[in-house]
Design a binder for this molecule. Structure first.
Ligand SMILES: [Zn+2]
Length: 322
C-alpha cells in the first residue's frame, strides 16, 4: 500500500515537473472560459440572481446624443474607463417562492461571440430554463429579447412572455419599420423572430399599462427609449427592487448628465423625462435599482446631487457558505 502511494506520488511529481517545464504553471491550470457571471442577493424574501449576458465595446462616439467628444472623454476619464468602454448586458432572475421570473433575456445569438450567456448562467445558478414561469421584457430591442430563442426555438418553453402592447405593436409594424431610421431595421426583424414561437404557442401576452401584474410585482411605465418601454418593481417585506431596463446606457455619462440620450431612443425627449423622473424618485425613496447596461451586476442605489445622479453599487454579501 505504502509502496503504491509512493509510486503515485512519484508519478504525480514527474507529471507536475513536465507541465511546469513545458506549458508553465499558470497556462496548465487556468481555464480560458470566463467563470459564470452570476450574482445573488435577497430583496425581502425574494431570491434575486443577476445574470451577465456578456459585455461588448459600447460605441459611445457614435450613439450618444446631446453631448460632445470632450464631454464624453472627460466623463470616461473620471470613471477610469477606456474608449470605448465595455458595456454590460444584464438580465435578472427573481424567485418569488411561487414563481420564477426572468426580466430580459440578453442578446442570444444576435450580438455574436461577446454575448448570449443568459441561458448558461441560469443553469450555473442552479435553475433550468424550463422552470421559468414568466419572462418580463422591458422592451423589444435585440439585446433584451434575442435570448428568448435559440435556433428558432423557445428557450423558455413553459414561460409566458410579456411585453408592453405598445412595443409589441410597434416592433411588428411594417409601417413603423419603414418610418424608422435604417439602422433599426434589423431590430424589427429580431423582435418579430424572437417572439414568433411564443406567439405560435399562445404564450405571448401584452401588458396594457401601469399597475399590479402579479403578487408583489408592479408595472411602471418608462416610455421613450422605445414606445412602450417598461420597468418592473418587485416588492417583499417592505423592500423593493426596480428593474429599469434601458433607462440608462452609459452610467459614466448619463448619470452626471441625464440629458444625454442615445440614437436608439424612439423618442429622446420622453426617454430623458423617464430617466430623470424614475431616477429622482428612486433616489428619494432609496429604491434599489437593477439596470440592464450598468456595469455587471448593475444593481445599486441612486444618489441625487443637484441635477446629477450618482451610482452606489450594492454592498457585497457572501451569504451562507453552505
Ligand atoms: Zn434598448
Amino acid at each position: 500500500m505504502r509502496r503504491a502511494s509512493h509510486l503515485v506520488r512519484g508519478l504525480c511529481g514527474l507529471l507536475a515537473g513536465v507541465l511546469l517545464s513545458t506549458a508553465g504553471f499558470a497556462a496548465a491550470n487556468v481555464s480560458q472560459v470566463p467563470p459564470p457571471g452570476i450574482y445573488r442577493f435577497k430583496v425581502g424574501q425574494l431570491d434575486v440572481t443577476a445574470l451577465s449576458d456578456g459585455t461588448h465595446p459600447f460605441p459611445v462616439d457614435t450613439v450618444m446624443q446631446g453631448t460632445s467628444p470632450t464631454q464624453i472623454g472627460e466623463a470616461l476619464d473620471r470613471e477610469f474607463l477606456g474608449r470605448p468602454p465595455a458595456g454590460s448586458i444584464n438580465a435578472f432572475l427573481i424567485h418569488t417562492g411561487k414563481k420564477l421570473i426572468l426580466v430580459d433575456a440578453g442578446a442570444g445569438a444576435l450580438y455574436g461571440d461577446c454575448c448570449g450567456q443568459v441561458e448558461r448562467h441560469i443553469r450555473a445558478a442552479g435553475y433550468l430554463p424550463e422552470q421559468v414561469d414568466l419572462v418580463l421584457l422591458t422592451h423589444l430591442h435585440k439585446d433584451h429579447v434575442g435570448g428568448i430563442i435559440s435556433k428558432g426555438r423557445a428557450v423558455f418553453p413553459n414561460a409566458i412572455v410579456r411585453a408592453s402592447k405598445a412595443d409589441i405593436d410597434y416592433w411588428n409594424s411594417e409601417a413603423a419599420k419603414e418610418r424608422a431610421p435604417a439602422f433599426l431595421s434589423t431590430f424589427f426583424d429580431a423582435a418579430a423572430m424572437s417572439l414568433a414561437p411564443y406567439k405560435a404557442s399562445g404564450h405571448l401576452q401584452a401588458i396594457t399599462g401601469a399597475g399590479p401584474l402579479e403578487d408583489g410585482v408592479e408595472v411602471v411605465t418608462s416610455p421613450g427609449h422605445t414606445p412602450g418601454h417598461l420597468s418592473y418593481a418587485f416588492s417583499s417585506q417592505g423592500q423593493t427592487l426596480l428593474v429599469v431596463g434601458d433607462l440608462v446606457h452609459v452610467g459614466a455619462l448619463q448619470l452626471p448628465h441625464p440629458q444625454i440620450t442615445v440614437s436608439y431612443d424612439s423618442d429622446a425627449v420622453a426617454a430623458r423625462e423617464s430617466r430623470i423622473s424614475l431616477l429622482s424618485s428612486a433616489a428619494e425613496n432609496r429604491t434599489l435599482i437593477a439596470a440592464a447596461h450598468l456595469s455587471f451586476p448593475g444593481v445599486g442605489h441612486i444618489r441625487k446631487v443637484g441635477t446629477a445622479f450618482e451610482w452606489v453599487p450594492l454592498n457585497y454579501e457572501a451569504g451562507p457558505a453552505r
